[in-house]
Ligand binder design. Sequence first.
Ligand SMILES: [Zn+2]
Length: 52
Amino acid sequence: MGKFPIAERHILGVLICKKCKTRNSKAAERCRKCAYTNLRPKRAKKKEAKGK
Ligand SMILES: [Zn+2]
């Protein structure tokens, strides 16, 4: 069964700004911080525990 943890499902509903890496809601058309329109959907493939 393909059951995902709630945390990952939450991450899937996020768009990341390619310019400033700000998280925006899935419904966002542009970055709320820098107004950049090139957002990419957040994938739950890699773990982001490390960060940088
Ligand atoms: Zn941005």
